[in-house]
Design a protein around this ligand. Structure first.
Ligand SMILES: NC(=O)c1ccc[n+]([C@@H]2O[C@H](COP(=O)([O-])OP(=O)(O)OC[C@H]3O[C@@H](n4cnc5c(N)ncnc54)[C@H](OP(=O)(O)O)[C@@H]3O)[C@@H](O)[C@H]2O)c1
Length: 280
């Protein structure tokens, strides 16, 4: 088989598993926009969600022109309590085969008591409650069809508490544990789940945060590109539950990768718990 035939059959298999539509929550720039680009390049129609309509419109025009896919825009604040029901209404009968939840930075970066409970609650809705509600709604539909994928874009801050990032690390930890549990529940039912834990990536939000924090070389420091990370995530989508970037890439033996160690932990804890709570 020639390499172009191999590539075409890989794209077809990807579409059959994760198509015909992908929804990217937080798609207007950075990692989310890179997901949209690479999914459209694989022939998936895209639902693009974010708050800034103009940025979404530019991306929509580009995806239609370059890849000839269909693109639906949803201008929506994902920190609102009704965000998931609004998404479901906008998507209507479209089959979402791949759901990517990418929105979720920390705009505050303060000590816990220096930001109000109201503002932390907004972060909690964006990074945890809407993630849970979307996973429930869209994951449920995928399970009914017996195929699909869920990608939760997370952070290495999920791995433990960090000073001045209390709610960010707490909410990212929530999403990580949720995603790993869903992977264990859904892995034999045709639906893949991947937590993509990022160290640092070159996005407008990260650059703006570095400038605000007065970090030397904030605008010139070399950082991993969003497109490179997304490429690895899509390649490893079926090898969940957790991909830790860049650490996992530094081990050629998969058994030594921190992501594999977490996978083994989820499997052994699930088996242990099954003795008490059942295997159904
Ligand atoms: N950048 C890094 O170095 C880094 C490191 C570790 C983890 N991550 C994770 O990677 C993901 C992407 O990060 P990022 O740096 O690109 O930052 P981001 O500020 O989370 O922005 C990502 C996208 O989400 C959208 N978004 C943000 N808040 C939203 C809201 N309330 N409602 C709807 N859409 C919203 C943004 O568009 P609008 O502003 O138009 O709404 C943008 O399209 C996040 O989950 C973050 O935690 C990033």
């Amino acid at each position: 088989m020639s390499s172009s035939t191999k590539q075409a059959s890989a794209v077809l298999a990807f579409q059959q598993k994760y198509g015909p539509w992908a929804l990217i929550a937080g798609a207007s720039h950075g990692v989310g926009a890179a997901f949209a680009q690479q999914l459209a390049a694989r022939g998936l129609n895209c639902v693009l969600v974010a708050r800034r309509e103009e940025a979404l419109r530019d991306l929509q025009a580009q995806l239609i022109e370059e890849y000839g896919v269909e693109v639906l825009l949803v201008t929506q604040d994902l920190a609102h309590a009704d965000a998931t029901s609004k998404l479901l209404a906008a998507v209507a009968e479209r089959e979402i085969g791949l759901f990517v939840y990418n929105a979720g930075g920390d705009p505050y970066i303060t000590k816990f008591l220096d930001t109000s409970v109201d503002d932390w609650s907004t972060l909690l809705r964006l990074n945890a409650l809407t993630v849970m509600a979307c996973s429930h709604a869209f994951g449920g539909r995928m399970l009914e069809r017996g195929r699909g994928g869920l990608i939760l874009v997370g952070s290495q801050a999920a791995l433990g508490g960090i000073r001045k990032l209390a709610m960010y690390s707490a909410t990212k930890g929530f999403a990580l544990n949720l995603g790993e549990s869903l992977w264990a529940e859904w892995k034999d039912r045709g639906v893949d789940v991947l937590n993509l834990l990022i160290g640092t990536v070159d996005t407008p939000t990260m650059r703006a945060a570095m400038v605000k924090l007065k970090i030397a070389d904030a605008l010139t420091m070399v950082l991993p590109k969003a497109g490179e990370i997304v490429e690895v995530a899509l390649r490893e989508l079926a090898n969940g539950p957790t991909l830790i970037h860049p650490e996992d890439l530094s081990f050629s033996d998969p058994a030594l990768q921190p992501g594999t160690v977490r996978q083994q932990h989820v499997l052994s804890k699930s088996a242990e718990a099954a003795l008490f709570i059942g295997t159904d």
